[in-house]
Ligand binder design. Structure first.
Ligand code: ATP
Ligand code: MG
Length: 300
């Protein structure tokens, strides 16, 4: 049986009369999945996340977390969530260690070793006063506090913002481990590439509306990739042009180039009838397909 960790029904948020920040969001996030919550600036990602955490109240619509009412059972639901806000309020004189143990105690005690281990993985200096930390290092404090009590559900607002590439990778590795343990991650981002390798699904929000929700595997399957096959002699272009999903076939000397939509299986099998020297396949450009959702010509 699949367990639903987040359930929203017609979730709507207006700020004043003018701004409809979120317009009827209906979404289910199931246990054990990583959901990438994507959309351009102002799309309503942070608004959604703040609604989930009950930090702001919806204009209409409903939220259930772990099957519980997020408002009535707010205390319990919040204990089971690890939350990384988009903007961190860290300003105190404390250092990382003091803040994190303080927050850990609020949550009923978090193992010191656990905090140290996370800090070490993220290369965070726990002795430096928080307010003197750089943006990326503050972000690490935010991540440690979201992860440290090993919550069932992580709600992360742009978690890799400010992290350098090495640490971004480490963060993704952490998410992978969490997923392996059957825990659930809901994370916002602007960039598909950032969630491409870890998300099971992506939801795309635009101007407060859900414009797409896609299985990552389907998206990758559908994506178009460029392929180049080098043979030991020229091959007839027609043979390859007839394969379903294969387009833009060009033969230049011993090299065949084309684009392939979906699996490359039929193309590879056709190529195998000749002598293949090498095969080059460029990663599918998901970003291209995805950017359509960002532009004004779509959705709306
Ligand atoms: N406190 C507020 N008062 C009035 N309007 C707000 C408030 N917070 C957000 N908005 C508006 O709601 C809309 C959605 O904002 P939100 O912060 O949720 O977007 P976002 O997807 O998180 O964007 P970003 O990618 O820039 O973080 C925007 O038009 C924003 O200006
Ligand atoms: Mg935001």
């Amino acid at each position: 049986m699949t367990e639903t960790m987040i359930e929203t029904r017609g979730l709507t948020k207006r700020y004043g009369r003018r701004t409809l920040a979120l317009d009827g969001l209906t979404l289910d996030v199931t246990k054990g999945e990583v959901l990438g919550f994507l959309g351009p600036n102002g799309a309503g990602k942070t608004t959604t996340i703040r609604l989930l955490l009950d930090l702001i109240r919806p204009t209409s619509g409903e939220i259930r977390l772990f099957g519980l009412d997020s408002r009535r059972d707010g205390l319990e639901t919040r204990r089971r969530i690890g939350y990384l806000p988009g903007e961190l309020p860290f300003e105190g004189r404390q250092n990382g260690w003091e803040l994190l143990t303080f927050l850990g105690n609020l949550r009923g005690g978090v193992g010191h070793r656990h905090i140290r281990a996370l800090a070490e993985r993220l290369d965070l200096d726990l002795d430096q006063p928080i307010r003197t930390l750089s943006k990326g290092n503050k972000q690490k404090v935010g991540l440690v506090q979201a992860f440290m009590h090993e919550p069932e559900l992580l709600v992360l607002d742009e978690p890799s913002s400010g992290l350098d590439p090495l640490l971004q990778r480490e963060f993704l590795q952490l998410v992978r481990e969490i997923r392996k343990e059957g825990r659930t991650v809901f994370m916002s981002s602007h960039i598909l590439a950032e969630v491409e390798d870890i998300a099971d699904r992506v939801a795309i929000l635009r101007e407060g509306r859900l414009v797409a929700i896609e299985d990552m595997r389907d998206l990758k399957q559908r994506a178009v990739r460029q392929m180049e096959i080098l043979f030991d002699a020229p091959v007839p272009a027609e043979t390859f042009g007839m394969i379903p999903g294969v387009r833009d076939v060009k033969v230049d000397g011993n090299t065949l180039s084309c684009t392939v939509e979906g699996p490359a299986d039929a193309l590879i099998k056709a190529a195998a009838r000749f002598t293949v020297i090498s095969v080059l396949s460029r990663a599918p450009d998901l970003e291209d397909a995805f950017l359509e959702y960002y532009s004004d010509e779509r959705g709306g």
